[in-house]
Design a protein around this ligand. Structure first.
Ligand SMILES: *[C@@H]1O[C@H](CO)[C@@H](O)[C@H](O)[C@H]1NC(C)=O
Ligand SMILES: *[C@@H]1O[C@H](CO)[C@@H](O)[C@H](O)[C@H]1NC(C)=O
Ligand SMILES: *[C@@H]1O[C@H](CO)[C@@H](O)[C@H](O)[C@H]1NC(C)=O
Length: 733
């Protein structure tokens, strides 16, 4: 049902009796507030939600979360008690997100905890001047009002909880693009949630305008924009919840009351009323309204609107957001979420919202909304607004992650993963990265550049991630296919005063392959093209001048008869990890990609090559060279080694070779060495190639020294309803 004036009038009549009682004290408190918060002008919207429970001593605890946005971050709590017993409070607040665009806003969240001696209804309110300029108005007063009724519901035997909602303070839409803003309308008690315009006589709004060109669907809380002139429009909405059947509310200090489902002609009262106020800016028309052209479009793995994501107490929740637009570049993702949630940008252009729920948040629901912003010239475009609900589950497996500068150690308490056999766990399901166990713990240690460890870089952190999973033991007749996956990470702060660097010389790497046995290869840098003297392992990081030649050799520690080594690929990247998403290719598929590369040997047990100290080093503080090699039977024309440079990514030779007893070649193995640094000089800026991906450039000049470990922890990826630690029924075959 959409908004109509007649239903609003009826609402007004219902609320009059309540509001007359309050109006005198409201006026007083409003005047006081005008005086106290006049400096906090340029209000850009606010909202409040609450969650309540009965304490063992019979009192009630109400956790109230409110968000307010202003031009600058305003952390205050200016809420006053409108009527009833509002109890005692504690209060903390902090910034959620801010943006220079859309009137330049900062949204903060305050968490107010109130302890109330009885469960009678009470009302919190706040009012002041002034809204941001809108239409013909330069500001105007604003008022926020929340009705909290703690009466024990006959259906749940608990006090009511408010709907779960949040919004960005400013949403923007091009004039020619019709759009729906589907405000979250989720209620943890499964009540019916309704939205309506605020009522002036009930103190629910300051300006109380209803704008032509917009329609509010009251039953779904969808605000639809059709067409209006370019301007800023203020929405002062009220969200209410109604039971889906007739229930009674029982009080400790007053007579019981009845609440019934909403009906059109109803004079019934809601269970709670919460404010939801924001600004909507209609901007100049866009050349196209198709998402993905000028307006950003969300891509995988961005969660869908309305999705319920699971989080766990004391475990970082990670929500990854990616957007694209052909004719605009993505400049930001703005979000509105719980206090202490943070946002980071990865160098591959994803936005990651992180939040770690505490045990106090257990069982509660938290809304998070986000919008992607794109820019074409000086014009900014916003995507649709998506909102998700985070459900906080109990703490999962207890684990401790310890990070050093090149390893990650994980130990998991067995008692918290009962049903999972320690012997059935592996790192990244990699057979050579086993997990050990004793009577109380399962534990493992692996290298930050091995076992498939993934690496991710954001503006502030370098993050190494891996997963511990169950695997099926092929030697057991009965297998237990328990779905178990623990994601672990080491997070390092890029800038810090403590400098622990990843800069030690790498010793030889060992690998074992059936048919080939075990072997060790080393990767060394040399002084000259004589390849006689290796660069001193204690002098790392090695320093080079621009255009100086770097001589390298990969060779076996003990020469194996009848083998040759083939250099499949080499890249330079700022971290010693083959999975780093941005790297500078030197050799690909055995072909020289960088024009300064020289390979001196072929079909030998070792490979010698060189290249000029290149521009790429200039992009970063330091680089590592990571190569993949294959070892083949010498002089066998069927091997990958014999093929040499080829575009084909296929490594396997013709099939009959596979069936032969003796292997003729190994799989490819990573071997790395570094770091290398460019000697700092005036010519350095010139050395940075303009042809390189622009994404890289922001790193130039800043020190990407990986320093000071922040923490090792488990992460919880937002994968919707996929419960990652849940042990499925054992599937016996
Ligand atoms: C936010 O983080 C601070 C510092 O880590 C902590 O003291 C506080 O309890 C957190 N607040 C909430 C509501 O999670
Ligand atoms: C089991 O291993 C963990 C982690 O290495 C260790 O802390 C614990 O003391 C060990 N427990 C026993 C009983 O050996
Ligand atoms: C193979 O590589 C050559 C030279 O690098 C290139 O010109 C050609 O387009 C490539 N072919 C394919 C199919 O990629």
């Amino acid at each position: 049902m959409t908004s109509s004036i007649s239903s609003l009038k009826e609402k007004r009549r219902d609320q009059r009796s309540e509001s007359i009682i309050m109006s005198v004290c409201n006026l007083l408190s409003a005047l006081l507030l005008l005086a106290s918060t006049a400096s906090a002008s340029h209000y850009i919207g606010g909202l409040m939600t609450f969650n309540s429970k009965k304490n063992p001593d019979g009192s009630y605890r109400v956790d109230i979360r409110f968000k307010e946005a202003y031009h600058s971050c305003n952390m205050g709590d200016y809420w006053t008690c409108g009527f009833g017993n509002c109890g005692n409070k504690t209060f903390v607040s902090g910034r959620v997100d801010s943006s220079p665009k859309g009137g330049s806003w900062c949204q903060t969240e305050g968490v107010m905890k109130r302890t109330v001696s009885n469960n009678s209804p009470f009302q919190l309110q706040q009012s002041s001047c002034c809204w941001i300029s809108n239409g013909a108005n330069s500001g105007g007063n604003w008022r926020l009002l929340t009705l909290i009724d703690l009466g024990e519901r006959s259906d749940t035997s608990k006090p009511n909880r408010s709907p779960v909602v949040t919004t960005l303070p400013v949403v923007r839409v091009p004039q020619n693009c019709a759009r729906n803003y589907n405000l979250l309308s989720f209620d943890p008690d499964h009540d019916q949630v309704r939205c309506r315009y605020g009522d002036f006589s009930a103190d629910e709004c300051g300006m109380c305008n209803q704008h032509a060109g917009f329609t509010l669907d009251q039953s779904t809380c969808t605000l639809s924009y059709a067409n209006s002139s370019t301007d800023v429009y203020l929405f002062e909405l009220v969200m209410e919840d109604y039971p889906t059947q007739i229930i009674s509310l029982n009080y400790t200090a007053m007579a019981a009351a009845v609440r019934s489902p909403f009906n059109n002609a109803s004079s019934n009262l809601p269970l709670s009323k919460i404010p939801l106020q924001f600004a909507l800016e209609v901007e100049a028309p866009a050349p196209s309204c198709t998402e993905g052209e000028y307006l950003p479009r969300f891509l995988h793995p961005t969660p869908h609107h309305g999705e319920h994501l699971q989080a766990r107490v004391n475990q970082e929740l990670e929500i990854r957001i990616k957007a694209t637009a052909t004719f605009s570049s993505i400049t930001d993702v703005v979000f509105s979420g719980p206090l202490n949630s943070t946002k980071e940008t990865t160098i591959t252009g994803e936005y990651v919202i992180n939040w770690t729920p505490t045990s106090e948040n257990y069982g509660q629901h938290f809304p998070i909304c986000f919008i992607a912003e794109g820019q074409n010239g000086s014009i900014n475009y916003q995507s649709e607004m998506r909102c998700v609900i985070v459900v906080v589950k109990a703490e999962g497996p207890k684990s401790q992650v310890t990070c050093t500068k090149d390893t990650m150690s994980v130990s998991i308490e067995r008692a918290t993963i009962s049903g999972v056999h320690g012997d059935h766990l592996r790192v990244n399901n990699n057979a050579s990265c086993a997990v050990s166990s004793n009577s109380t713990h399962v534990f493992t240690t692996f290298s930050l550049n091995g076992c498939g460890t993934q690496i991710e870089e954001t503006d502030e952190h370098v993050i190494f991630k891996n997963t511990i999973v169950t695997f099926d033991n092929p030697n057991h007749i009965i297998t237990r296919k328990n779905v178990f996956e623990i994601e672990v990470m080491c997070k390092y702060q890029k800038k810090s005063s403590i400098t622990t660097r990843f800069d030690a010389h790498r010793s030889a790497v060992n690998f074992t392959e059936r048919g080939f046995g075990s072997f060790s290869y080393q990767f060394e840098f040399y002084q000259s093209d004589h390849f006689k003297n290796i660069r001193d392992p204690s002098s790392y990081p090695l320093e080079y001048n621009v255009a100086e030649t770097i001589y390298m050799e990969i060779s076996p520690l003990n020469v194996m008869q009848n083998t040759e080594v083939f250099l499949v690929s080499c890249v330079a990247s700022p971290y010693d990890n083959p999975n780093y998403p941005i790297s500078y290719p030197i050799i690909t598929n055995g072909c020289e990609v960088d024009e300064t590369v020289n390979i001196y040997t072929s079909h030998q047990p070792n490979v010698k090559f060189s290249m000029e100290a290149f521009k790429f080093i200039g992009q970063y503080d330091q680089v590592f060279i990571t190569c993949s090699i294959i070892i083949c039977q010498a002089n066998n024309p069927n091997t990958r080694c014999a093929q040499g440079c080829t575009n084909s990514t296929q490594v396997a030779p013709s099939s009959h070779v596979h069936k032969r007893e003796a292997a003729i070649q190994t799989g490819s193995h990573f071997i790395s060495q570094g770091p290398l640094r460019l000697r700092r000089s005036a010519s350095l800026t010139e050395a940075i190639s303009p042809s390189l991906n622009l994404n890289l450039v922001f790193v130039a000049g800043c020190v990407v020294a990986v320093v000071a470990m922040v923490c090792g922890m488990m992460v919880y990826k937002s994968r919707g309803s996929n419960i990652k630690y849940q042990l499925l029924k054992s599937d016996e075959i």
